[in-house]
Design a binder for this molecule. Sequence first.
Ligand SMILES: Cc1cc2nc3c(=O)[nH]c(=O)nc-3n(C[C@H](O)[C@H](O)[C@H](O)COP(=O)(O)OP(=O)(O)OC[C@H]3O[C@@H](n4cnc5c(N)ncnc54)[C@H](O)[C@@H]3O)c2cc1C
Length: 284
Amino acid sequence: MPIHEQDLARFHPLTINISGGGFVRLVNVNGTDAAIDTIARAEFEETSPRMPDEVDSILSYMIRHTHTSPFEFVGMAFQVRCPMFVRSQWQRHRTGHYSEVSGRYRDVSELGAYAPPVDHLRKSAPSRKQGSSDEIVNDPDEVTRRCSEYYQAGQELYDYLVYDAGLSREVARGNLTQNNFTHYYFQLDLHNLLHLLRLRDHSTAQFQMTEYARALRHFVSVAFPITYRHFANHILNGVRFSADELEFLQIDETKLRQAEKKFSKGRLSELHEKVERVRAAIKH
Ligand SMILES: Cc1cc2nc3c(=O)[nH]c(=O)nc-3n(C[C@H](O)[C@H](O)[C@H](O)COP(=O)(O)OP(=O)(O)OC[C@H]3O[C@@H](n4cnc5c(N)ncnc54)[C@H](O)[C@@H]3O)c2cc1C
């Protein structure tokens, strides 16, 4: 059930700009929360019309219990402009479909390059050599000047190779920088899109990639609000503990009794089951 360009208006703005010159633009939404519910009914062999709060509870149930296949029937498509190094990370998500501008056939240097704003010029994190900390480099102006000089030199070389020496674009592009932009269409089903958000809208992902993931998250939350709410509650903002971590947790019995007022019978029984496992681990 693709929706048409005019129906996308409710997502306004359709384009989210990413700092440094990139963007994510929504180009299509296939399906709705209600469509996921319709597919899910096949699993439960239900045919009667569902009330809105029943849709809510079935989507919550499926997210909680990893009944993921109905989420594969719907999805979204985006147009993306991002630097090459973001593209490398993004396209590791193999379940997506990609159609990317060809550097063999066109002058991709015309797409420009990511210009890191000062707050992106972060020092290495001491604990994670490849990651970055919140601290900005000592001399951001000098760093910006040198990066810009390097980019400019790559651009001049590319122009010389292609337009003066007649070198093919497919070889000349090797001299462009990792900061140069690429441009692609990207389509993914909702199950794998939520998986991508879990990995990339995360503190361990590269800071620049998380900005793109946050833009995707915004569009997902508008297109599939019920699914997104339960995903955010149970997965994105939930925490998983290993068996040997559980034993360090404590259970507050008074707070636990309050859950009886808050949760449905089904959720309460799931909570009690988890609490019993924590109790067993603490005793162990
Ligand atoms: C913080 C972070 C750091 C990373 N660092 C590195 C790194 O240093 N080097 C590096 O190479 N990668 C790195 N990656 C990439 C990572 O290993 C994954 O390739 C990437 O996150 C895509 O995840 P995925 O395979 O689950 O997603 P998708 O490719 O979208 O696949 C989704 C799911 O489909 C299933 N699937 C897809 N294809 C197959 C298959 N062929 N066989 C079996 N199951 C399949 C899997 O269950 C998979 O989880 C990093 C990722 C993150 C988030």
